[in-house]
Ligand binder design. Structure first.
Ligand code: AMP
Ligand code: MG
Length: 486
């Protein structure tokens, strides 16, 4: 079948494709048989001013029935070990679409084998596709840089994982899907000419402010380190755990990429591991900043042949900590409704998180409730924090310090409350909610995907009809285990 006319929206001049081999190669797709819509993200299409609609022709595109598609090669460090060549094993680049302010590349995930599929089948199951679809949009609504998800298409095609499941495809958009691993791939082979081509491309397309720089590569490295540090601080501030922070899953633009066994914290736990298969806890919540720094160090090795001065490279790498700490403090101050920076803010935040950890207090719910704290009437604290199912006395000492701090900066309830409610989400994609949506979808009922999509699109709003989703999760949610299987 020929590609439908709507594919004309796909920009044939996608810059990344012009790099051609050995960066990208043209491949065939293996479309999903009997595809059907599970979800079409009209919010996204509209916000990007894309004149795209969920037409039958687009259904075919999103199911992989296209004339042309491309894959790219990358390598990477997985769980701290060099894994060699990886590449787009199940992601096909279809081209790009021009939105109002930028061009976005379009990838479909799960349209069959590619030259980089290795032992995989090139498919993605419905379960993990729903998880990626919902999480991308939830993160975007939390104002965290991420790939976006435009469509979710299902099929009757059976796919084997631990058990038989059905195949699906997420259509995702990003300015670029280039990973640390793309650069590492060529550097590891000593192919410096191709490292240079790739870095020049990244600068030209994505960091044009560096075009005039006398030291473009070290500046580019610094930008990547800085964006990564900022992103991880943003993850920490919403309690997001990625689960597989390998260098092949780290974006050179500092956007959240490849949603596998991710999870949002329910009760706060420094050691939370969202990836069941991460036995050592390498990517546990508390370790995410260090894992990101480690990944930046791996990236530094790839830049090494281009930067004559070793000290310069390590100096830029070390800036990760400063940048991370700055972003982290800024974000947590905002979560606490603090307008001014004070020297002991770090201790105030750390002590609070230790308290939440010690008493297994729900992270999202705590900050949301705290948003309505009355400065004048501490007697109200008990009722305010009652939904946490913990005695308010646990927080008394910390609340005294916090109140004192607010009073010192002359904080006004009337101004602080709405600000904090716009910072601390009422809704995040809790694991049990994603699981319920998956269970229903497996029975052919996609209504919860739609409702979650609506609620998570504006996670700071009240959505009274879905108030139970903002409450403590049910006991069974702690038994959900998510692995790399997808
Ligand atoms: P991930 O850890 O999911 O980001 O994937 C690591 C590598 O495995 C990437 O090269 C993926 O393209 C590849 N991969 C993962 N799942 C599959 C699959 N089902 N078929 C082919 N390649 C896959
Ligand atoms: Mg990946």
């Amino acid at each position: 079948m020929n590609a439908p006319s709507e594919t004309l929206f796909l920009h044939p001049e996608t810059p990344f494709l012009k790099l051609s081999q050995p960066f990208v190669e043209q491949v065939k797709t293996h479309p999903l048989p009997e595809p059907y819509w599970i979800s079409w993200n009209s919010h996204l299409a509209k916000s990007l001013h894309l004149s795209l609609e969920a037409t039958p022709a687009w259904l075919n595109v999103c199911a992989g029935r296209v004339n042309q598609a491309w894959c790219s090669v990358y390598s990477g460090h997985q769980f701290g070990v060099w894994a060699g060549q990886l590449g787009d094993g199940r992601a096909h680049l279809l081209g790009s679409v021009n939105t109002i302010d930028q061009a976005l590349e379009i990838q479909i995930k799960g349209a069959g084998l590619t030259p980089f599929s290795r032992m995989g089948d090139g498919r993605a199951v419905l379960r993990s596709s729903i998880r990626e679809y919902l999480a991308s949009e939830a993160m975007a609504a939390l104002q965290i840089p991420t790939t976006r998800a435009l469509a979710l298409v299902g099929s009757t095609l059976p796919v084997q994982r631990e058990r038989w499941e059905s195949a699906a495809i997420v259509t995702r958009l990003a300015p670029s899907f280039i990973r640390f691993g793309h650069i590492e791939h060529f550097a590891h082979r000593g192919d410096i000419a191709h490292v240079v081509t790739l870095l020049d491309y990244i600068i030209e397309q994505h960091y044009p402010q560096l075009l005039e720089s006398d030291t473009p590569y070290i500046d580019l490295f610094e930008q990547m380190v800085s964006h990564t540090a900022r992103l991880i601080a943003q993850w920490q501030a919403v309690g997001f755990c990625h689960g597989v922070m390998n260098t092949d899953n780290m974006s050179v633009l500092g956007i959240t990429l490849d949603y596998g066994p991710y999870g949002f914290l329910d009760h706060f736990d420094w050691q939370h591991r969202c990836n069941h298969t991460d036995h050592q806890g390498r990517y546990a919540y508390i370790n995410q900043p260090h894992a990101a720094y480690w990944n930046c160090a791996a990236l530094a090795s790839a830049f090494w042949p281009l930067i004559a001065d070793e000290n310069l490279l390590s100096d830029r790498l070390e800036r990760f900590h400063e940048r991370y700490q700055w972003s982290y403090l800024q974000l947590f101050r905002k979560k606490l409704g603090l307008q001014q920076a004070k020297a002991d803010d770090s201790a105030l935040i750390q002590d609070l998180l230790d308290l939440l950890h010690q008493h297994r207090v729900d992270f999202t719910l705590f900050f949301r409730l705290l948003s309505d704290l009355s400065l004048t009437d501490s007697a109200r604290d008990a009722t305010l924090l009652a939904p946490l199912d913990r005695s308010v006395s646990l927080f008394n000492l910390w609340l005294q310090r916090y109140r004192q701090r607010l009073i010192e900066e002359e904080s006004q309830d009337s101004a602080r409350h709405p600000l904090m409610r716009r910072t601390n989400p009422r809704f995040v994609l809790r694991n049990y909610l994603a699981q319920e949506a998956i269970d229903k979808a497996t029975q052919g009922d996609f209504s919860m995907i739609k409702s979650l999509q609506e609620v998570l699109h504006s996670p700071f709003d009240e959505h009274p009809e879905f108030s139970s989703w903002a409450e403590l999760p049910p006991a069974w949610s702690s038994s959900i285990s998510v692995s790399c299987s997808s």
